[in-house]
Design a protein around this ligand. Structure first.
Ligand code: AMP
Length: 310
């Protein structure tokens, strides 16, 4: 299947400038909704506040659960790679140096973008300078939340490498609810932890955003390498979630995909969770979102100091 693919796919309409990303996203969304290619998932959003983080919890409707079951029961002839040859109506544009930006077909939040490698790469392979250059290009066009689910255990549902970018989740312009705890990120080159977060994680600051895909991409790549080095993940890469804005980057290693039947991906660590039923919502309320997040991460290691320079 996808791994055997060696010839580059046909190019799509390029995105000449980062400023083209948002108008093109709106235009593509309109067209993809009109053709039925884009199939948003309806949820009801509730807020659960813990340690000043206004966690957003989206609860799936019963109708969706039925649909989901019907889809799962369909026999599948062969594994399908939705990013190998994306439906042109879903494509926002090609992004230099080697990616395609497209809409997430089953989006829970509006204008959910996927940044997929044009040539197949494994989702579990390390992120590269090229991945971060393409991401920086898109982040210059949309000052939102970028994230990456490395491996199934981290919430990935597709093997083909894909980064994700969404508009600010809020509230009040925050790119993620968790930003209430991350709002003064460390200086560039410094790695720290946030005392209020009870799960294993490392955070670094990126310094001022320059709106240059080359320079911002290089700083994102440098930050990624610092975070990995701090956790001893330079060589072997266990499952992890990565989250980034123009100001900070957070890395969270993972120990399991779900707890109490609730699946967690990178958005969970941004302060946005998805549950399937009201019963799961009640369980989450009993546990508290931070305890849920702790249960899907490896035990936190005691640290001598909360900040280090890398
Ligand atoms: P993840 O589940 O984090 O690996 O992200 C992959 C995303 O791809 C999921 O959120 C799906 O909604 C989305 N997806 C699945 N099939 C397609 C498709 N044919 N076109 C676009 N997006 C898709």
């Amino acid at each position: 299947m996808c791994a055997a693919m060696s010839t580059p796919p046909a190019p799509h309409r390029p995105l000449p400038q980062p400023e083209d990303l948002w108008p093109r996203t709106l235009e593509t969304t309109r067209n993809a909704l009109a053709t039925g290619a884009l199939q948003p998932i309806a949820t009801e959003c509730q807020t659960l506040e813990e340690r000043e983080v206004p966690f957003q919890v989206r609860v799936l409707g019963r109708a969706h659960l039925k649909d989901d079951r019907a889809k799962r029961e369909k026999p599948r002839a062969a594994p399908f790679n939705p990013f190998e040859n994306p439906d042109p109506v879903m494509v926002v544009g090609d992004v230099p140096p080697a990616h395609t930006c497209m809409l997430n077909k089953f989006n829970v939040v509006e204008h959910h973008l996927l940044l997929v490698t044009r040539i197949f790469e494994e989702q579990e392979s390390p992120l590269t300078a090229a991945d971060f250059e393409a991401l920086a290009f898109c982040m210059s066009g949309l000052d939102g939340l970028a994230f990456y689910n490395s491996g199934e255990m981290a919430g990935a549902s597709q093997r083909h490498k894909h980064l994700q970018l969404i508009p600010p989740l809020g509230p009040q312009g925050l790119r993620a609810p968790m930003e209430t705890l991350l709002s003064a990120p460390p200086a560039r080159g410094h790695v720290t932890t946030v005392p209020a977060l009870n799960f294993l994680h490392v955070l670094t600051g990126l310094g001022p955003w320059e709106s240059s895909a080359g320079r911002d991409g290089a700083r994102l790549f440098e930050a990624y390498q610092s975070l990995r080095a701090t956790l001893g993940m330079e060589h072997a890469l266990p499952p992890y979630n990565l989250l980034a804005t123009r100001d900070w980057m957070l890395l969270v290693p993972r120990s399991c995909a779900e707890t109490h039947g609730i699946n967690v991906n990178a958005m969970g660590f941004a302060g946005s969770l998805l549950v399937k039923t009201p019963e799961q919502f009640q369980k989450l309320q009993e546990l508290g979102p931070l305890e849920l997040l702790r249960q899907v991460t490896p035990p936190a290691r005691p640290t001598a100091s909360s900040e280090s320079e890398v």
